[in-house]
Design a protein around this ligand. Structure first.
Ligand code: SF4
Ligand code: SF4
Length: 336
C-alpha cells in the first residue's frame, strides 16, 4: 500500500476510534483486536494504546478472485477460510441453495487460502490482467441493399474461419443468391429464411426460376417456416408465434433488438431461431444470421443455435446468445 494512503486510512481510523465510531469505517479498516503489540501508537499528540489496525485498500486492486459458478457446490468452506472476508453466501428464490458472491473482491491479496480448501477447484485468483480479443465490426453509414455485397464478403471470411451454418433472410431470393455465390467452394450450409406463411398474400415470394438456381447451388430454402419471434400483426396467426408469445414476450424482444441494431438484427436472430426449429442447424452450434432493412443485407451476426422455447427461460447453457456482431447499419429505419 502506498505510504500516504495507509497513513490517511490510519488517521481516519484513529479519529473514528477516538469518537467511538469505528463501525463507520468497517468497509475500509478493520480493527482486528485491542492488543497492539508495541503498546502505543501516536497521532496528533494523542496516545492510542492497545489498538491494532488491519488495512485493506489500494494495494489490492491489482488482483482478482473469481468463483466458477458451475463447479461450486456452495459448501461455504471458502467463506470460513478467507482471512479478509471476501465472500458471502447469498440465497434467493431462484437459487435456493445459494451461491458464493465475491462481495469484497478489492480486499483479496491472493493468499490462496480459499483455493486450498475448495475441493471443487471452483476458485481462481490472479493478477488483474484481462484477456481479450479485438475484432472489427463493420458499421454501415446507411441501412439498405447497397451493403449486401460487403456483408457477403464479411460472412464468407467468417465461414473460412470455421463457422459452417449461414441463414440468410431473403424474400425474393436475390440476397440469398449473392450469398450463395460468395460461399461457393467453402464448407458451409446456406439456409434461406423466406417470408412468414401469413405474409404470402402481401409480399412477393421466391420465383420458381430463382428457386431452381438456389437449389442448384446447394442452398436449402425454408419455404414453410413459421417465424419464431416475428412481430408483424399478420404473424399472430402463426402457430409458432402464438406458442412462443404465450411463453415469453417476443414482441418486446423484437423491439429491443431493433433498438440495438435496426431491422436486420431481429430478422437475423429470427432466421437462426427458425432454422433451429426446422432442424436445419444443430442446437448449440454457431450460426451466422443475415438480415437487412427493406431489401438486401446490412446486418450479420454470429449466434448460438437455440430453440426459441429456451430463449430466455431454458437451461442457462441453451439460452439466447449473440456471440459476435459482424456488421450493422448505424442508422435505423422503422417500417411500423
Ligand atoms: S469452497 Fe469451493 S465449492 Fe465450496 S463454496 Fe467455496 S467455491 Fe464453492
Ligand atoms: S485468495 Fe486469500 S484473500 Fe483472496 S479470496 Fe482467497 S482467501 Fe480471501
Amino acid at each position: 500500500m502506498p505510504v500516504d494512503a495507509g497513513v490517511n486510512i490510519a488517521k481516519e481510523a484513529i479519529d473514528f476510534t477516538l469518537n467511538g465510531e469505528e463501525e463507520q469505517l468497517k468497509d475500509r479498516v478493520q480493527i482486528t483486536d485491542k492488543t497492539f503489540q508495541s503498546g502505543t501508537f501516536s497521532y496528533n499528540n494523542l496516545s492510542i494504546q492497545n489498538t491494532s489496525f488491519k488495512f485493506w485498500g489500494v494495494d489490492q486492486i491489482e488482483r482478482f478472485v473469481w468463483i466458477i459458478d458451475e463447479r461450486c457446490n456452495t459448501c461455504a468452506k471458502c467463506i470460513s477460510a478467507c482471512p479478509r472476508q471476501v465472500f458471502e453466501l447469498k440465497v434467493f428464490e431462484a437459487r435456493p441453495k445459494g451461491y458464493i458472491y465475491v462481495t469484497e473482491w478489492l480486499r483479496c491479496d491472493g493468499c490462496g487460502e480459499c483455493i486450498d480448501v475448495c475441493n471443487q477447484k471452483a476458485i481462481e485468483t490472479g493478477e488483474m490482467v484481462p484477456s481479450f480479443t479485438e475484432k472489427n465490426i463493420c458499421y454501415f453509414e446507411k441501412p439498405g441493399s447497397m451493403n449486401t455485397k460487403k456483408v457477403c464478403e464479411l460472412v464468407a471470411s467468417r465461414v473460412q474461419e470455421g463457422i459452417k451454418y449461414v441463414v440468410v433472410a431473403s424474400v425474393s431470393g436475390s440476397t440469398a443468391l449473392m450469398m450463395a455465390e460468395h460461399l461457393k467452394g467453402l464448407d458451409a450450409k446456406l439456409i434461406v429464411f423466406t417470408i412468414p406463411l401469413a405474409w404470402k398474400s402481401s409480399h412477393p415470394t421466391i420465383k420458381q426460376e430463382m428457386k431452381e438456381k438456389l437449389i442448384s447451388l446447394g442452398v436449402k430454402i425454408m419455404e414453410k417456416a413459421v417465424p419464431a419471434i416475428e412481430c408483424g400483426p399478420e404473424t399472430i396467426e402463426c402457430t409458432g408465434f402464438e406458442r412462443s408469445r404465450v411463453e415469453i414476450n417476443h414482441v418486446g424482444i423484437w423491439e429491443i433488438l431493433h433498438g440495438i441494431g435496426g431491422q436486420g438484427l431481429p430478422t437475423a436472430v429470427e432466421a437462426i431461431f427458425t432454422a433451429v426449429e426446422e432442424r436445419e442447424i444443430p442446437i448449440g452450434s454457431q450460426a451466422i444470421g443475415i438480415g437487412g432493412t427493406g431489401c438486401g443485407a446490412d446486418t450479420a451476426i454470429v449466434m448460438k443455435a437455440t430453440p426459441y422455447e429456451q430463449m430466455l427461460s431454458g437451461p442457462i447453457e441453451n439460452r439466447f446468445d449473440i456471440l459476435d456482431i459482424i456488421a450493422l447499419p448505424k442508422k435505423k429505419l422503422r417500417y411500423w
